[in-house]
Design a binder for this molecule. Structure first.
Ligand code: COA
Ligand code: ZN
Length: 297
């Protein structure tokens, strides 16, 4: 595989949706994604069910999951309790989110950046003994819905601290989809020079139709890991203005057209889009969806 796609639809995609899917429906979606050959799936989050009712029961979901060898399953955690719950549920990769700005961090998890950085260091340390990989996210890495433009220097400092502490990878997240390819290129070049491209990943939202352009910019910087969500689902309940993630089927199409192998079957992805549209009672699909459907017919 040349490009590793981490499917975040079952987490980022569903956390902001009504109706709230039940465990069987979430499981059916994950199964369909596994069938499509996704190498990595974020199945949900261990957060307060009062804050995000859509993600309640991720522990029971994990218990019912039948994962094939070679597939990596992850879950998002906001704090130490999330880590303990994820560990108890047998999760071996946790996505730990640090928002770069104080306001976003407070709104999202009611902690200061310093507090969550402390927790991140503790989780990374515990992960070493527990054999849990920590994928560290820097959210609102380009623009914050509350504080506006984000200083790339601040992002670079936090990235260095998290990787220095031993995070297995560092994911740059454009939570509200406000970055452009020039900004992506500048930031990812800087980070790749400091840490090498292999420990870096990108997570884009498609609010301003720049999702795929940003993926391309990051590919040009040597980044080979991307988050995306089936059908372009996605959004954060605590970040006003956030639209869906860049769609998995669009990213796979782009990568394959550029000659990168993803190991993912397009027909399987399209079938997952159909399923999630049925489950949520709405038409989903990335920007190339109709064209991709025609090709598959
Ligand atoms: N998972 C489940 N429950 C949790 C939890 C976790 N990771 N962390 C805390 N809780 C529970 C506590 O046990 C407590 O429950 P109780 O009232 O029944 O005793 C309750 O949540 C409040 O705990 P507290 O530590 O005071 O948290 P808070 O009210 O300050 O909220 C978070 C902090 C992080 C729990 C909450 O804001 C949250 O879950 N945010 C998730 C944000 C998110 O998912 N964003 C999108 C992805 S980036
Ligand atoms: Zn997101």
């Amino acid at each position: 595989m040349d490009v590793l796609i981490n499917e975040v639809g079952p987490r980022d995609g569903l956390q902001n949706q009504l109706p709230i899917l039940d465990l069987d429906q979430r499981l059916a979606l994950i199964d369909r994604l596994l069938e499509a050959g996704l190498p990595r799936i974020e199945i949900g989050s261990f957060v307060s069910p009062r804050a995000v009712p859509q993600m309640a029961g991720t522990d029971r979901l994990a218990a019912q999951l039948r994962v094939r060898p070679g597939v990596e399953v992850s879950a998002l955690i906001p704090n130490m309790k999330g880590y303990e719950l994820a560990l108890g549920a047998g999760i071996r990769t946790v996505a730990l989110v640090v928002s770069v700005t104080e306001s976003m961090n407070q709104k999202n998890i009611r902690m200061s950046v310093d507090q969550v950085m402390d927790i991140a260091r503790q989780v990374i340390e515990l992960g070493r003994d527990d054999d849990v990989r920590v994928s560290a996210y820097l959210a609102v890495a380009f623009e914050c819905p509350f504080e506006g433009q984000v200083d790339p220097g601040r992002v670079a400092d936090l990235a260095a601290e998290l990787l220095g502490a031993g995070a297995a990878e560092l994911v740059i997240a454009d939570t509200i989809g406000a970055g452009n390819p020039a900004q992506v290129s500048a930031l990812m070049t800087r980070l790749a020079q400091a840490h090498g491209p292999d420990v870096l990943a990108c997570h884009f939202h498609d609010t301003r139709a720049l999702g795929l352009a940003n993926v391309y910019a990051a590919l040009e910087c040597g980044i080979r890991r991307f988050d995306s969500a089936i059908g372009g689902l996605g959004g954060c309940p605590f970040a006003p203005g956030a639209k869906g993630n860049v769609a998995t089927e669009d990213v796979v199409m782009l990568c394959e057209q550029l000659g990168f192998r993803t190991g993912i079957r397009m027909e399987g992805l399209l079938s997952a889009v159909t399923l999630v549209s049925d489950l949520l009672g709405n038409e989903y699909g990335g920007r190339a969806y109709s064209w991709l459907k025609q090709q598959a017919a």
